[in-house]
Ligand binder design. Structure first.
Ligand code: ZN
Length: 397
């Protein structure tokens, strides 16, 4: 390339112009609305924002970049898009927000699904609850956000394909409460949602999940049962297992708990499919929670008292030690004893290369559903009671 003085000058002019443009953009952003001032003291403190309509309308739904439920008209449903983080192309990821705003004031319950993109029964559970609500007869508000991890949901996969150094797959349920100025799109997306949509509008929150692709679970709730407000909600579910454990930081329900909002995580069967038999009891339990808070009137449905509930505070993992095909010898919800053989594994010749036994007395909570496994893969989780439970358990919720 020739290296003429004029060309260098052009290049320098271009760079100066770019800096000026960036400065102008930053000014515009700062002036657009307080809600766009990322990392401002207000957002760090988690204070509520006034509703900000961006002016965009997508498929007939208005777009907001911050929401205060008090700004919505009572006695009706509102369908909105919340403007999440930007994609590499500069457009935004929008998440679907359904608000059933009661005619009378009352508690605000937030229902979330789609933090993992392959967990479809969680979405249908939330939608079914919302479709049963009549805001004209409600005292309080229910807000549903059904597709939090939009980038992951588009591919119906667990994790968010983030354009970092090439594609990273990021588990969004390790990112909460997020950071509006974080190093990845999922971290920023989590921060925007938590600060401007979820936290300011929640008196209680439920973050619905299922097992993950290749690993099926039974119906159960993950909850810190030592917290009375949480226990009161979870006991209203006619669901057969409770994993009484605070699990680990970064999951959405713990981000709510950390700021004093009672929250827990239901788990509804296998990923990728709709399990209607399991969805029903979770809908019933969630309607019970809304009755418990006085948002919805009417008699309680079935609760935990109407089914036999197995409560454990620890999940015993059985990991593959070999590669090969895994055959399960027990089924989800089966009670198992220490030493009981629960799976065998064969190599490509059909020879048995491993036999797996339970180390505890408990109930089968999850099983690998992909038949092939390599060493280290979780094959089975057994829910059991441990006298001195770990405060922070690894569980692929
Ligand atoms: Zn999940």
């Amino acid at each position: 390339m020739p290296n003429r003085p004029g060309e260098r000058l052009d290049r320098r002019d271009f760079m100066i112009a770019s800096v000026a443009t960036i400065g102008a953009s930053a000014g515009l952003v700062a002036n657009a609305s307080s809600a766009n001032a990322q990392g401002s003291p207000t957002s760090a403190a988690g204070a509520s924002f006034a509703t900000v309509y961006t002016g965009d309308v997508i498929q007939g739904k208005k777009v907001v970049s911050a929401l205060d439920l008090d700004d919505l008209e009572p006695g009706r449903k509102h369908l909105l898009y919340f403007q999440g983080v930007e994609m590499p192309t500069g457009q935004h990821w929008y998440v679907s927000v359904t608000v059933a705003k009661g005619a009378k004031p009352g508690k605000r319950v937030v229902l979330v699904s789609g933090v993992h993109g392959d967990e479809m029964s969680s979405v249908q559970t939330v939608q079914t609850v919302m479709n049963q609500l009549d805001p004209a007869r409600m005292s309080g508000t229910v807000m549903a956000v059904t597709d939090v991890s939009r980038a992951a949901m588009e591919g119906m996969q667990r994790r968010w394909p983030n354009a970092g150094r090439g594609i990273d797959l990021i588990d969004m349920n390790r990112e909460w409460p997020g950071n509006e100025n974080g190093p990845t799109a999922p971290s920023r997306h989590a921060g925007l949602l938590f600060n401007r949509l979820l936290r300011p509008n929640a008196d209680a929150a439920i973050d619905f999940h299922t097992g993950t692709t290749g690993f099926e679970v039974t119906a159960f709730n993950i909850a810190g049962m030592d917290v009375p407000e949480v226990r009161a909600m979870v006991e209203l579910y006619p669901v057969g297992q409770i994993f009484d454990n605070h699990v680990y930081p970064g999951v959405l329900h713990n981000a709510f708990m950390d700021v004093g909002i009672p929250a827990f995580t239901p788990e509804i069967g296998a990923a990728r499919v709709l399990n209607l038999e399991m969805i029903g009891p979770f809908v019933e339990g969630t309607m019970n929670v809304l009755k418990h808070y006085g948002v919805v009137a009417g008699p309680m449905g079935r609760t935990g008292k109407d089914v036999s509930v197995f409560v454990g505070n620890s999940a015993f993992p059985i990991l593959a030690t070999e590669g090969g095909l895994v055959e399960h010898l027990v089924r989800l919800n089966d009670k198992v004893e220490p030493g009981q053989k629960i799976a065998i594994q064969r190599n490509s010749f059909g020879e048995v290369v491993a036999e797996y036994t339970s180390g505890v007395a408990g109930a089968v909570t999850g099983q690998r559903s992909d038949a092939m496994a390599e060493p280290g893969n979780p094959l089975v989780f057994i829910l059991f009671h441990k006298d001195a439970p770990d405060r922070s358990e690894t569980y692929p919720e």
